[in-house]
Write a protein that binds this ligand. Structure first.
Ligand code: NPQ
Ligand code: MG
Length: 374
């Protein structure tokens, strides 16, 4: 197919409650949606960058700029474009994986819609529903945390992830462990808040049989994670550090992690996500699908990925209601702790026009040259 234009649409969705992590507190999700139009079909991709460079170096205004000035013109010049051509066409541009992922996903969605093929089957999914966990933010008090965790368990979530940081780690984990026992699947995520010199402190999490500790150290500190992994019992899982299949292979080989969280935005898209999945399966490394507070568009695609056979741990693929009162799509709802894998062509879901219009803060249309066919 040939792209005929790309729309960059900013939306602002209020969160049901503030979400606090070691890098800050978010009260609204300011996201970027990419819609491609082609000679064959339209397609959607969600850019998971935050409005500020807090989780990673990418941020929404930067993503818009690099898409407008470099990525969209580069793809616009390709006469016969398929999703597999997107990453090679953009390879000369360094970084900006979240922006690349959004554009590749939109092209993939358009291509699959045109061919009538669902994303899950394209990626190699083997399940029709996926088990779901939930990420629980840092709270003001332990009673408040216990209430929140109890509520999520009542809703059916199959795994709890507690956000931690220095000063909010051992005590909240001990309290959740004491209240809900050893039967719940419990893990923690530090979003890079510690350093290797905290190893002895983090070893105090050992008694709680956590599934894993996610990204305790700086994203570039692979050797630090390897050292930490040798000195604590809790398995180390990497998130921010894993930016590609090559990075995954290196981290595994160096002993920096025994579990990997795959987020398609962080690694440049769903096609690279499958490669990471394959590397991990070959090494016997369990994977799970992370979350970036996606709307229904990004969530649908994540659920398709999470249905691949190597995704053996519940992901952060929570119900829409975990984050949003009103989503821009038909909401994803939990059924016995699971979300259904979409079965219709492409990502398998469409924005609801009224809902989308209500949360849109700006749109920009980037027309592409269509060469005459005579
Ligand atoms: C993580 N996600 O695994 C992240 C990080 C994160 C579900 O814990 C706005 C947009 C706020 C993206 C907060 C979960 C966010 C965000 C946290 C991503 O590390
Ligand atoms: Mg994380």
């Amino acid at each position: 197919m040939k792209l005929t234009g790309v729309e960059l649409r900013r939306i602002s969705l209020p969160l049901v409650s503030p979400f606090r992590t070691s890098f800050g507190t978010e009260t609204t999700r300011d996201a970027l949606l990419v819609r491609v139009e082609s000679t064959e079909a339209e397609g959607w991709g969600e850019c998971v960058a935050m409005s500020g460079p807090l989780y990673s170096s990418e941020y929404v205004d930067g993503a818009i700029d690099v898409l407008r000035r470099f990525f969209v013109p580069a793809l616009g010049a390709v006469e016969r474009l398929s999703a597999i051509d997107v990453a090679p066409a953009l390879a000369k541009f360094h970084g900006h994986r979240m922006a690349k992922a959004a554009l590749e996903t939109a092209v993939l969605d358009a291509e699959l819609r045109a061919e009538g093929r669902p994303l899950a089957r394209e990626l190699g999914a083997v399940h029709d529903r996926v088990p779901c966990g939930v990420s629980v933010g840092i709270m003001n008090s332990i009673p408040e945390l216990l209430d929140a965790v109890g509520g999520y368990l009542d809703e059916g979530y199959l795994r709890i992830k507690l956000k931690i940081q220095p000063g909010w780690d051992i005590d909240p984990v001990a309290a959740v462990h004491e209240r809900f026992g050893d039967d719940i699947l419990l893990q923690v995520d530090a979003n890079t808040a510690y350093s290797v010199s905290d190893a002895r402190h983090l070893a105090r999490l050992d008694p709680f049989n956590l599934l894993l500790i996610e990204q305790p150290l700086d994203e570039e500190d692979i050797l630090g994670h390897a050292e930490l992994a040798r000195s604590i019992k809790t398995p180390v899982c990497l998130d921010e550090s894993i930016t590609s299949a090559r990075a995954a292979a290196a981290a595994i080989t160096l002993g920096a992690c025994s579990i990997i969280n795959i987020k398609p935005g962080r690694v440049g898209g769903y096609l690279e996500s499958v490669r990471i999945h394959d590397v991990c399966v070959a090494h016997g490394i369990p994977v799970w699908c992370g979350g970036m507070l996606e709307t229904g568009l990004g969530r649908a695609a994540n659920v398709a990925l999470a249905a691949l056979p190597g995704f053996t741990l519940p992901g952060d693929t929570s119900a829409s209601s975990r984050y949003y009162q009103t989503d821009i799509t038909t909401p994803f709802t939990l059924d016995n702790g699971h979300l259904p894998v979409p079965t219709t062509p492409g990502i398998g879901i469409d924005p609801l026009p009224d809902h989308l219009a209500a949360v849109t803060t700006s749109t920009e249309w980037l027309p592409l040259q269509v060469v005459g066919s005579d």
